[in-house]
Design a binder for this molecule. Structure first.
Ligand SMILES: Cc1ncc(COP(=O)(O)O)c(C=O)c1O
Length: 390
């Protein structure tokens, strides 16, 4: 076996945000979205080479990285970009916050869909701009984008749509038809699109493929800020390195203006890691997807076999979104699982109480232990006996 994704590597006691939560040793954390897998050998080699150089001054984009991004986007999506469209960022969440700060008028509103990755909810608040939440629909067991509710949301002062595709936490990989319907609405209302595509390399569904919003048409590209990074797919989140693709010069100027004084140079390691990930990690990535599909299916089977639970099929990402609203623990399922030694994402933070999110990007022994705890805790959900007074 060329890559061993099932080897457990100890992350406690190091710098891992996920594994160093203030819980006891027996706690198994499966909330935070990074993977318990080492980076690809090509990425590790590139980072060793960069370390061996020994000098860590402020970094600028090397031509090799810019070319690697251009070649990757062309190969994967037929998207030909101009290098001048790239803006480097120390993380996608920074990009979400900068985009919200582009809105000039205090009444300019931000539309997003729920449930959603929590910074989509907090970024408009940080920029003190009103937010309009559009709850997704569930049809035939999968989340869909309700076009009538989007129409209503785009009326009035909406100026920005914060879009997530592949969608965290619903696991949807949107079809071209869905993207076209969303884009058409944004364009007709002059609403800027910010498309967070950080999960674009994690398509698990056979036959599905990621379509960058900006590739729909030149008109859509002009109104779209795409946020991308190798950080999720190649497990480089701690390098804090990502980029925006902004084809329109005036939108790019407004973005840079909103970022001035806040976003400066980015991590030198990020450039080296990105080039190695995009150019030399295809075989590692193929194996990763195979392992994630297997893990997804194990989680799905566990949810199916547990009375009272539902979870949509994960078309993309490594995150399972689990509906616990039919269980007696619906008030705070994350707390219930936490007490049973299992850390899961709390649906309330995603705008969806009663749900939990499970990160299944881990070696098989870790997943099996997580699912064992999950099954036991889900089976033990009888409401606490009420205290009788007097
Ligand atoms: C949709 C989405 N955007 C952004 C991020 C975080 O990006 P970054 O760490 O680059 O800020 C995540 C992490 O889970 C995510 O799921």
């Amino acid at each position: 076996m060329k890559f061993d994704f099932d080897k457990v590597i100890e992350r406690r006691g190091g710098d891992s945000y996920k594994w160093n939560q203030p819980f006891d040793q027996d706690f198994l954390p499966m909330p935070v979205a990074d993977m318990d897998f080492p980076a690809s050998p090509a990425v590790l080699e590139a980072l060793h080479r960069r370390t061996d150089h020994g000098i860590f001054g402020y970094a600028q984009a090397p031509t090799g990285t810019v070319d690697a991004i251009g070649e990757k986007l062309l190969k994967d999506y037929g998207w030909e970009i101009d290098p001048s469209w790239l803006v480097w960022l120390p993380g996608i969440v920074v990009g979400l916050n900068v985009v919200c700060r582009m809105l000039e008028n205090p009444r300019d509103s931000v539309v997003t869909t729920t449930p959603i990755y929590p910074p989509f909810l907090s970024s408009p608040e940080h920029a003190q701009r009103p937010r309009i939440d559009v709850p997704l629909d569930v049809e035939d067991g999968r989340y869909t984008f309700p076009m009538d509710r989007l129409d209503a949301a785009f009326e009035g002062d909406a100026r920005l749509f914060l879009h997530c595709n592949p969608h965290n936490p619903s696991g949807r990989c949107l079809t071209r038809a869905e993207l076209e319907q969303i884009a058409e609405r944004c364009l007709s209302r002059d609403v800027l699109i910010c498309s967070d595509e950080i999960h674009c390399g994690l398509i698990l569904e056979e036959g599905a493929r990621h379509i960058p919003m900006a590739t729909l048409s030149p008109e859509v590209a002009k109104r779209t800020i795409t946020l991308m990074s190798p950080s999720k797919t190649y497990n480089l989140a701690g390098l804090m390195w990502s980029f925006a693709i902004i084809p329109d010069a005036s939108v790019r100027r407004r973005f840079l203006h909103a970022a001035r004084g806040i976003v400066t140079e980015v991590n030198a390691y990020g450039y080296a890691a990105c080039e190695a990930a995009y150019r030399h990690s295809d075989d590692w990535h193929t194996e990763l997807i195979r392992v994630l599909r297997r893990n997804r299916d194990l989680v799905a089977a566990t949810v199916r076999e547990t009375p009272g639970l539902w979870s949509p099929r994960v078309e993309a990402t490594y995150l399972a979104w689990i509906d616990c609203r039919s269980l007696p623990i619906a008030g705070n399922p994350a707390l219930h699982f936490e007490k049973a030694g299992l850390g899961l994402g709390d649906g309330r933070k995603f705008g969806a109480p009663g749900f939990v999110r499970m990160n299944f990007a881990c070696p098989l022994p870790t997943l099996e232990e997580g699912l064992r705890r999950f099954r036991a805790a889900a089976a033990d959900t009888s409401p606490a006996p009420s205290c009788s007074s007097g």
